[in-house]
Design a protein around this ligand. Structure first.
Ligand code: ZN
Ligand code: ZN
Length: 558
């Protein structure tokens, strides 16, 4: 078979147009055959207020179940939720393919899946550092990178003499605490051979300054903790094991014992101990024994740096933890950044902490956090090493991707391609180019079920959230005269409108008006009558209040 009969594609399903829900597909196709895909990462996204009652989104990959497409395998670059968190929903889809990942990711995946499923079988292929493996016609080779979690990897994907580098999440850190450094030598060698396509992290492309190293953060944490008189409380991202180690070391060097609070921190510490990243012999004081210790001898590491209401720190600050209370002289250190969208919940949490007289240190006051993503100079350094022909930005909002395209052009990269979720880029043969576009689909996790973004539940919730609901129960006789007083129940309606006699009175009036003015022919049409009365009440409430709540009328005839 001639080589140029092979077509190679790239398609971001999530992650190219939002920070989160990373899922990137690489595929190849022979004439009259299905397209064979590998999936790089399978993450969840976090929703905003537009989807009330829902906070997690997962990519829709149902199209991989049709006969034109075949999924060969999933490769997980690292175990951040936005890269591996949606694997359990794929299991729901009955997509049964091998999952390639490192040991740390595999252990977390097994822990996570066992929380949702009592029995399952995952075909996990554990990858070592720099592993080379073949999936169909794809040859894959892992490249060590630095990031904010153990064992992150970039992937060198080779097919049809083409060399693709998929960076996943990375940064350059000369002094990481436990994590590996980015393997610049290996990247340079690939560049010297030839890099055709670079698919690159865009999260911090707008930042012009390189970030500080994890070791510097460790040093600063040690100093900050030294000055605390009462209990030291540090919140951070549970997955940042380097940071957890830095905090534990800072506690011990300040003669404090460590207490862990929050399910995900405990899960990460368990897996990090199992994989040898945290010393198995490190002793943690049990949460329930905290009161036996003097406050100045304790450092508490807890979840909740983003103000999540059910995380450990929020529970403590809101007096919902029966064992741990905040006091004057305590200091809460936010060794984290504020993820856009979480400003108000973090602000609320900080206010609560201040009410106890406790102090706060965050990353705007001291260098106690560093990012896991490359800023512009680091990306330019990578360009320099790889000298790619084509650059495709990923892992970013659309404005990050657009800026990344600009940076690529300024660095004389010949063929920067703007690819957003749902786009299909043909990488081979010929020059890589946009080939097709489709609407990206995703599901939202609502309790234990998955719903589409257009589900009526969301439309109803937005409406209820904005203006509440009025239920009216009417019992009419055969002459359409009210047989008993209407029963009215209101939810989400202001107290001022709560004068039930008044409301009943005007509703009765409106019902009478509505019944009187109903066209004769329609009086036997229940649905028409209900719609007519609902509209009359809604309009009347609008004149009184200026808002239109949902109205639900139930008609009963006697
Ligand atoms: Zn990550
Ligand atoms: Zn990420």
């Amino acid at each position: 078979m001639a080589k140029d009969e092979l077509e190679v594609f790239y398609s971001p399903i999530g992650g190219a147009g939002q920070i989160g829900m990373n899922l990137y597909l690489y595929g190849y196709k022979l004439p009259n055959k299905e397209t064979n895909w590998i999936m790089v990462d399978c993450g969840i996204g976090f929703t905003d207020d537009y989807y009330p009652g829902v906070d997690i989104m997962v990519p829709d990959i149902s199209f991989l179940n049709n006969n034109k497409n075949k999924l060969l395998a999933i490769i997980l670059t690292h175990s951040h939720e936005d890269h591996y968190g949606a694997v359990s929903s794929i299991i729901n889809d009955k997509i049964d393919v091998p999952i390639y990942c490192t040991r740390f990711t595999s252990e977390l995946l097994k822990e996570k899946i066992s929380e949702d499923y009592t029995e399952n079988y995952l075909d996990i292929k554990i990858l070592k550092d720099n592993a080379t493996f073949n999936i169909g016609k794809f040859k894959c080779n892992l490249i060590n990178v630095a990031h904010s979690i153990p064992e992150p990897n970039a992937i060198n994907i080779t097919i049809a003499d083409m060399n693709i580098i998929h960076t996943a999440d990375w940064k350059i850190d000369d002094k990481p605490v436990i994590n590996r450094k980015t393997d610049l030598e290996k990247l340079k060698k690939i560049g010297q051979k030839r890099c055709d396509i670079l698919v690159c992290d865009s999260t911090n492309i707008l930042r012009k300054e390189t970030s500080i190293t994890e070791s510097k953060v460790a040093l600063n944490l040690k100093k900050a903790i030294k000055d605390i008189k009462g209990m030291a409380i540090v919140t951070t991202f549970s997955s940042n094991v380097s940071r957890l180690i830095s905090i534990i070391n800072a506690a011990h060097s300040n003669k404090r014992q460590v207490v862990l609070s929050g399910r995900s921190i405990k899960r990460f510490v368990k897996v990090a101990k199992f994989c040898g990243y945290i010393d198995k012999d490190i002793f943690f004081v049990d949460e329930k024994d905290i009161s036996k210790k003097s406050r100045k001898d304790v450092l508490l590491i807890c979840t909740g740096s983003q103000g999540e209401p059910n995380a450990a720190l929020s529970k403590i600050a809101n007096g919902r933890n029966n064992i741990i209370q905040l006091a004057k002289d305590d200091t809460v250190i936010f060794s984290s950044k504020t993820i856009p969208g979480n400003e108000s919940s973090i602000g609320f949490l900080k206010n609560k902490i201040i009410e106890y007289g406790a102090g706060i240190i965050d990353d705007s006051m001291q260098d106690i956090h560093t990012t896991g993503h490359p800023s512009r100079p680091e990306v330019e350094k990578l360009y320099n090493l790889l000298k790619p022909n084509t650059l495709i930005p990923m892992h970013g909002e659309l404005f990050h991707l657009a800026e990344h395209i600009k940076v690529a052009k300024e660095n004389n990269i010949k063929n920067p391609i703007f690819a957003k979720n749902g786009d299909l880029i043909r990488l081979y043969p010929g020059s890589p180019t946009l080939w097709d576009q489709s609407e990206p689909n995703f599901f939202l996790r609502d309790g234990d079920v998955f719903i589409t973004p257009t589900d009526r539940a969301l439309k109803d919730r937005r409406r209820l959230q904005d203006s509440g609901i009025v239920f009216v129960n009417l019992v009419l006789d055969k002459n359409l005269i009210l047989y008993v007083d209407p029963i009215v129940e209101m939810f989400g309606i202001p107290n001022k409108m709560d004068d039930i006699d008044n409301v009943l009175e005007f509703i009765e009036d409106k019902i009478d008006d509505a019944l009187d003015s109903l066209p004769k022919a329609k009086k036997s049409d229940d649905d028409y009558m209900i719609g007519y009365i609902e509209k009359a009440i809604r309009n009347h409430l609008f004149t009184l209040w200026g808002k239109k709540p949902l109205i639900r009328v139930c008609l009963t005839f006697v």
